[in-house]
Ligand binder design. Structure first.
Ligand SMILES: [Zn+2]
Length: 246
């Protein structure tokens, strides 16, 4: 039991640290900046951050959400991404019950988190992170089966998009959505993939109605639905069976 708690703490601390790196990816990749250099600096006053200004979550708390030099507010999304990433890793660890399969699954979901944050801001996602999510999802285990699932899902979605765009005479699904769908299938298999697609449409429904003519980023809903389905696959499958067969 004590050892279990220690592993949980370890997963959480690694989770917030990797979340901190995700913030770098989210901020720099869409701007076409190098993700390794230069070291982090305040975007307002350009002062380089000291190591103790850069501790995930804790620095934000002890600096009370402000730059140590110019007191410019540090957006809440920085600690939120760190905590969200740690929470996802802990939830995945509790689900899997072992560290053995955790790393690649966790990295794939982390990439989906970064893609979601970028989509919310830019209404587009970078291919590099999108393919990274897919590759991590494929190498998690049993590469060949997952590859076939991913290819099937990508083809099915491409076909659906093609038919809908012919009927509606406008583009509906982007290439980016197809790559995300392949990642979803590699993580979930079938019929988990279909459950997650349905769930994402359900989750996106109310925001889409509220947004009226404005664009709604879809990747965050795909990512959230994938996480919910991954963590509750048995329950959702059971619900689906009840719905279909009574
Ligand atoms: Zn500053």
């Amino acid at each position: 039991m004590e050892q279990f708690n220690l592993i949980l703490l370890f997963v959480f601390l690694f989770g917030i640290s990797f979340g901190s790196f995700l913030n770098v990816l989210i901020y720099r990749i869409p701007e076409g900046l190098n993700i390794v250099t230069p070291p982090s600096a305040c975007p307002k006053c350009n002062n380089r951050l000291k190591w103790y200004h850069n501790i995930p979550l804790f620095s934000w708390i002890f600096l009370r959400g402000k730059c140590a030099y110019c007191k410019e507010a540090i957006p809440l999304r920085y600690p939120l991404v760190e905590v969200a990433n740690a929470a996802i890793w802990v939830a995945l660890y509790l689900k899997l019950g072992t560290l053995w399969y955790l790393p690649f699954v966790a990295l794939s979901f982390s990439m989906l988190l970064a893609l979601s944050m970028i989509d919310l801001k830019y209404y587009a996602v970078p291919d590099s992170l999108n393919f990274a999510a897919l590759i991590f999802a494929l190498i998690q285990s049993n590469f060949l089966n997952h590859l076939i699932d991913a290819l099937l899902a990508a083809f099915a979605l491409w076909l659906l998009g093609f038919i809908v765009s012919k009927l509606a005479k406008k583009d509906t699904l982007g290439e980016a959505d197809i790559i995300v769908a392949a990642t979803m299938a590699a993580l979930l298999g079938f019929p988990g993939f279909f459950i997650a697609m349905f769930l994402s449409a359900l989750l996106a429904l109310i925001p889409s109605l509220l947004a009226k003519d404005r664009m709604v980023p879809f990747v965050p809903f795909l990512a959230l639905a994938t996480l919910i389905t991954y963590l509750n696959k048995e329950l959702l499958l059971h619900l689906l069976e009840v719905l279909l067969y009574g």
